[in-house]
Design a protein around this ligand. Structure first.
Ligand code: GTP
Ligand code: MG
Length: 314
């Protein structure tokens, strides 16, 4: 699912400006053609104005409904991601409110067409037009907060990764251990790598090919061993492991940007997720690894034969 394509959600004023100015322009065009118009002709212009206002407001609201995904039909990963980063209930309520407002736009349009049918002089037209504008304005003003919240959701959703439904490897471990470096090594991705911890703030995706098969890699933000107190960023890493990963590469860093005993604790936690795990010791190029310690871990894999191991497992 690609969340980048959701267009910015406008404010009520943007909607009115677009609708009313287009209606006004069209009315002026129709007037300039004739001299004094008959009452029937004036009425026709009022119909045109109302149609334009209804069409513009309706299409702007429907665009929002089309752009946002149907929340309930998203896969578990995205649903949980929404629950983690946004207010799921408010998001659904806001979309529901937009849907209701589309119905009101149509209803008031129908009502006022009927009222205009019974009107027969300019004074009545002016009064009805003002009423119609007022009703349409109130429909959109009533959803001001919902529009604002949807815009906030859009900004957050833009940061969601566009995960594909294919075999997936999650790269995980403590902060600064070299996860993004590994992602970049295995794929053409350009995940940000830095000397400081907590560099990766969201999920980085990359793709590697093994024979002719494409495999998705998800580089996760570094997490600490604190399942109960995870922040939003750490929860994203956890969701990627739980819902996306067919295989997890756990990166250990014996240069210990974080104490080894904590890195081991997090590794043991992974067992609860019942995933296949490969252990990767990063920075082996610059460290004298304690081989007795390394041998203690099942599934240890070295940079050179990573691909071979992955192929065997996936
Ligand atoms: N020499 C050497 N340096 C490495 C290796 N892997 C990572 N580094 C360095 O370690 C630092 C952290 O690497 P990152 O790949 O950003 O680590 P990360 O685990 O993605 O960090 P967060 O995103 O903050 O969790 C960078 O300075 C890297 O250049 C490695 O295998 N060898
Ligand atoms: Mg990183």
């Amino acid at each position: 699912m690609n969340f980048q394509n959701i267009r910015p959600v406008g404010k009520p004023d943007d909607f009115f400006d677009a609708a009313f100015s287009r209606a006004k322009k069209r009315a002026a065009q129709l007037r300039s053609k004739g001299k004094k118009l008959s009452s029937g002709q004036e009425k026709k212009i009022e119909y045109v104005r109302m149609d334009i206002i209804k069409d513009v407001l309706e299409s702007k609201l429907i665009d929002i409904l089309k752009d946002f995904p149907d929340i309930d039909s998203l896969n578990e990963f995205y649903q949980e991601l929404i629950r983690t980063t946004l207010n799921y209930v408010d998001l659904k309520k806001s979309l529901g409110a937009i849907n209701t407002s589309v119905r009101f736009v149509k209803k008031f349009h129908r009502d006022y067409i009927m009222k205009f049918k019974r009107a027969n002089n300019q004074k009545q037209y002016d009064k009805l037009r003002r009423e119609f504008y007022g009703k349409m304005s109130s429909v959109v003003k009533r959803i001001k907060n919902e529009l604002k919240y949807l815009e906030e959701c859009r900004r957050v959703m833009r940061t969601y990764p566009d995960v594909k439904d294919m075999k997936t490897i999650a790269i995980t471990g403590f902060p600064n251990v070299g996860k993004s470096t590994l992602l970049n090594k295995l794929s053409k991705a350009k995940g940000e790598v830095a000397v400081y911890a907590f560099t990766t703030k969201g999920l980085n995706l990359g793709y590697m090919k093994i024979d002719s098969r494409k495999i998705q890699l998800v580089d996760t933000p570094g997490t600490l061993d604190r399942l109960e107190k995870m922040n939003d960023i750490e929860r994203q890493a956890y969701l990627a492991i739980k819902y996306l990963a067919d295989l997890v590469i756990y990166v250990f860093d014996l240069s210990e940007p974080f104490p080894l005993k904590d890195q081991i604790k997090l590794y043991k936690r992974l067992k609860d997720e019942n995933k296949k795990v490969l252990v990767y010791f990063s920075k082996a190029d610059v460290l004298d690894l304690d081989m007795d310690l390394v041998k203690k871990y099942k599934g240890v894999v070295w940079a050179d034969d990573l691909k071979k191991k992955i192929k065997r497992i996936l």
